[in-house]
Design a protein around this ligand. Structure first.
Ligand SMILES: *Cc1c(COP(=O)(O)O)cnc(C)c1O
Length: 425
């Protein structure tokens, strides 16, 4: 690698050479891939190498890259202008479409990233309830807002501690931590902090410690506890929205939260996200109410155009059943490939989200996820990459299946996995 390679140049001007940490391949070692372009199910590196893309820009590209319906809409919008700083018809249309599909949500606000959506959602919950504390789950990721970069403090039932430098203890004391899928811990926190908890925020399918499905009764239990205690239940569906069903996780599991945050797919690959809620909560948002939240580029016309075009295409194609079938095929195929060569793995999957954990025991929460063998995962990842299959470069990320992953591509992926599993043994 020459002194003047893009990676070496990147290291000089970007912290760790990247604009978002996972891209640096820290979880697997080796030099990260630089992408020049993408098409359908493929990524193309700057050296021309073609990869089957199972990252999908970390979720948004559920229909593959550059669907003509989306790029054409963007070309048309481009001729009208990039940003107006005033209301547009298309943002109303996008809001109407989203609210018609996501159960129970009555109003929404468009923002630029999932991070903004979750930060704003807890602000609304705090404003509406007049309470300060929130509960989040260990291993769930809600973007990089200060309130979420918190780990469990010492001793059960104490307040949280910052998990990042730069987050103050003052912020940390308002975030309480429970283990995912452990309802009894949530009950204990409510018992210890009665009338102090504004909201419980959860990934209804955890995707940011690898894919970890909710146990039967977990989401329903959270719903009951929040209702009983007058706390706001927030489903962070930035990853699961429009992915695990046509109405996200709330529809798939039939559990209705008070607020839902959306991102990734909703922007069609552009920086766009949203937070939504019942009217009684969203009426608190400025300028209607006293919870302040704003954005110069919020509802940006190009981002809205991409999101709207992809969502319309998504509902026209209705790919969810097909994605489920692709998921079944990959899950059973990967399991068999591992068994055939005598490699023990755990495969967690919900719809088109899955993770291959190199672990002997089932992965049901953070502790069991962290027990996975990340060295074996790294070997598996690089073996797959060499064979042209781009899985996420971390044991603790979710692999995304898209509508453009054809049967032929899935077969090729399974054949590669068998070779890779053999190497990991
Ligand atoms: C990706 C993600 C976020 C953060 O979204 P950004 O757009 O990266 O800020 C928040 N919550 C969940 C569940 C996510 O998967």
């Amino acid at each position: 690698m020459s002194e003047n390679s893009w990676w070496n140049r990147a290291l000089k001007v970007l912290p760790g050479g990247v604009d978002s940490p996972v891209r640096a391949f820290g979880g697997v070692g080796g030099q990260p891939v630089f992408v020049k372009r993408a098409d359908g199910p493929y990524l193309f590196a700057d050296d021309g190498t073609q990869y089957v893309d199972f990252i999908g820009s970390w979720g948004p590209m559920i229909l593959g890259h550059n669907p003509p319906e989306v790029t054409e809409a963007l070309h048309e919008q481009l001729s009208r202008g990039l940003s107006f700083g005033m209301g547009t018809d298309i943002e109303v249309e996008l809001a109407e479409l989203i609210l018609s599909k996501i159960p129970g949500m009555e109003k929404l606000r468009l923002v630029n990233s999932g991070t903004e959506a979750t930060m704003s959602a807890i602000r609304v919950a705090r404003g509406a309830t007049g309470r300060n504390k929130i509960i989040k789950f260990r291993g769930c990721y809600h973007g990089h807002g200060d309130s979420f970069l918190i780990q469990a403090g010492s001793g059960a039932l104490t307040h949280g501690a910052p998990s990042s430098l730069g987050v103050t203890p003052g912020v940390a004391q308002d975030t309480l931590i429970a283990d995912y899928n452990h309802l009894e811990q949530v009950e204990a926190l409510f018992a210890a902090h009665a009338n102090e908890i504004a909201a419980v925020i959860v990934e209804p399918v955890a995707g940011n410690m690898g894919c970890v499905p909710p146990k039967a009764g977990f989401l329903e239990g959270l719903r009951d506890i929040c209702t009983k205690n007058g706390s706001v239940l927030i489903f962070d569906e930035v990853m699961t929205g429009f992915r695990v069903s046509d109405g996200g996780a709330a529809k798939r599991f039939g559990v209705h939260p008070d607020m839902i945050t959306l991102g990734k797919i909703v922007g069609g690959g552009m920086p766009l996200a949203a937070y939504s809620g019942k009217e009684s909560l969203m009426q608190n948002v400025s300028p209607l109410g006293k919870v302040y939240q704003a954005g110069t580029l919020s509802g940006n016309p190009m981002a809205v155009t991409a999101g709207l075009a992809q969502l319309k295409l998504l509902y026209k194609l209705n790919p969810w059943e097909d994605l489920e079938q692709k998921g079944v095929k990959l899950e059973t195929g990967l399991r068999k490939a591992a068994e055939d060569v005598g490699t023990t793995v755990q495969i967690n999957r919900v719809g088109s989200m899955f993770t291959v954990f190199f672990s002997k025991a089932p992965v049901i929460d953070t502790e069991t996820a962290l027990a996975a063998d990340t060295k074996r995962f790294a070997t598996f990842f690089h073996e797959m990459l060499n064979l042209g299959i781009f899985f996420p470069p971390s044991q603790f990320e979710t692999t995304f299946i898209g509508a453009r992953h054809s049967d032929e591509i899935l077969d090729k992926t399974l054949a590669a996995a068998k070779i890779a599993f053999e190497k990991v043994k």
